[in-house]
Design a protein around this ligand. Structure first.
Ligand code: EPU
Length: 430
């Protein structure tokens, strides 16, 4: 079984290059099926989730040509099936983006319903409500969500919750509906804006993405495009907190500092120095970390996808901190693992009460999900002694070359496949 083996204690120092945003790439890849012409995508992250989606797209007849590691050419002119039901696709939630995209273009699609979830119940009622408002019939049968319509007609839709997925899905379907759709209480995350920009580059008419109200004037057809995906806000934030937790000095490159404001604000509050330039952010942690309070919120609030990473930092800070998770109810599963490394955290409902400790000590831990997995790796990098992190398949879903980028910053981390490799690492690091 693959695991990371880590010897903690080295401050991370140097530069790290951030890749394209996974959560922008997924809807952009799906939306490329909305034209018969070729779409060229750059800055595509080479991570498991995007690769699983590309495989599923290939299985329904999309021509996928990876011209370079981070560039892909896609042509959906000869799609052979509107049913997406591969084994892999059930494992990624973003599979349902093919539903909005293909419903928009072909007025019919069937996609396997995403399976079990690691961070809490993830309803899809707002997606379904949006599709129905546009005139589609939506049923769930035999593990598939089936959506079909004679015509899609623009509508006024109020989202009961700010949902990234539902905003994206409805925006895609509405882009090729007749007339105007208005989505109220829409999600404002940078990846929602990136998808709107991509659709507009294909000839869609979408205004207001990044605000609470998105206005979409449907167009009959979309054309090919060349598009570069925005940098990954969460990958960047993860490395910024890795610098803080290991008392390092890291320059995170190829980022949009505006997208990182809530993360930067919290780093400043806990005593780090943060310097921003046009497309990079430097984080220096030279003082002991201070405690604070944080509540996860939709953008521009502090992202739920950074909640485990900030908790790992606060558990090493002076005093008592409070972290409130307001997006997903089950996102504190990693706390038990962190406790095994010496953290002092009590979880009550959606709140973690954290009493800072002086240090973590190395332990054998497992990644319970993508972001928590990355956060536990950061904890291990700061811990005294050796740790192993299992179930790294979760981390690989959303971080490209995670351990290599960390290693490049001076971390003592290896990918070990066998006990022998683990023993070799132990001998080497002493
Ligand atoms: N919700 C509903 N009904 C719906 C949809 C959502 O009640 O129909 C609720 C959810 O249960 C949740 C809240 O609305 O409480 C927000 O969920 P949202 O739909 O915004 O999340 P998502 O689209 O399923 C995306 C990211 C997540 C990220 C969240 C929040 C992708 C592929 N996933 O999920 O990313 O945590 O937005 O920002 O974009 C990750 O990358 O690790 C990850 C989990």
């Amino acid at each position: 079984m693959e695991q990371y083996v880590i010897k903690g204690g080295n401050p991370l120092v140097g530069d790290v290059e951030i890749g394209g945003a996974k959560n922008a790439a997924l809807p952009i890849l799906a939306a490329s099926t909305m034209t018969d012409e070729t779409v060229y995508i750059e800055n595509l992250p080479d991570v498991r989730d995007t690769n699983v989606l590309l495989d599923a797209m290939q299985a329904i007849g999309v021509m996928v040509k990876r011209t370079e590691r981070h560039k892909v050419a896609l042509n959906s002119g000869n799609i052979t099936s509107l049913v997406v039901d591969t084994e892999g696709i059930k494992k990624i939630r973003a599979s349902y983006y093919l539903l909005g995209a293909m419903l928009g273009k072909y007025k019919h699609a069937q996609v396997a319903l995403p399976g079990g979830c690691d961070i809490g119940c993830r309803a899809i009622d707002q997606h379904i409500k949006g599709f129905r408002a546009l005139g589609a019939e939506v049923v769930i049968e035999h593990g598939l969500i089936k959506a079909s319509a004679q015509r899609l007609v623009g509508s006024h839709i109020y989202m009961d919750v700010s949902s990234v997925g539902a905003t994206i899905n409805v925006m895609m379907a509405a882009a090729m509906a007749e007339g105007v759709t208005i989505i109220e209480n829409s999600a404002k995350e940078p990846h929602v804006v990136d998808l709107a920009n991509f659709l507009n580059s294909m000839g869609a008419n979408i205004k207001g993405a990044g605000t609470d109200v998105i206005r979409i004037k449907g167009v009959p057809r979309l054309h090919g495009s060349e598009y570069t995906i925005i940098p990954d806000q969460i990958e960047a934030g993860t490395f910024m907190f890795a610098a803080a937790v290991t008392k390092g000095d890291v320059t995170v490159k190829n980022v949009i500092p505006k997208h990182l404001e809530s993360i930067t604000a919290k780093l400043l509050e806990i005593g780090c120095e943060v310097e921003e330039a046009d497309d990079c952010v430097r984080v220096v942690a030279s003082k002991p970390l201070a405690h604070t309070q944080v509540k996860t919120l939709p953008y521009p609030g502090f992202p739920t996808d950074m909640q485990p990473q900030i908790t790992v930092a606060l558990a090493l800070s002076k005093g008592t901190s409070i972290v409130t998770e307001s997006i997903f109810e089950n996102r504190f599963k990693y706390v038990d693992e962190l406790t095994r490394m010496g953290a002092n955290i009590k979880v009550e409902g959606n709140t973690a009460i954290i009493d800072g400790v002086e240090k973590y000590t190395g332990a054998s831990i497992s990644a319970p999900d993508l972001r928590a997995g990355a956060a536990l790796v950061i904890a291990a990098l700061a811990a005294e002694g050796i740790s192993t992190v299992d179930d790294i398949k979760y981390i690989e879903r959303g971080y490209e070359d995670f351990h290599l980028k960390l290693k490049n910053l001076g971390a003592q981390i290896e990918l070990a496949q066998t006990e022998k490799e683990f023993q070799k690492f132990k001998l080497r690091v002493g």
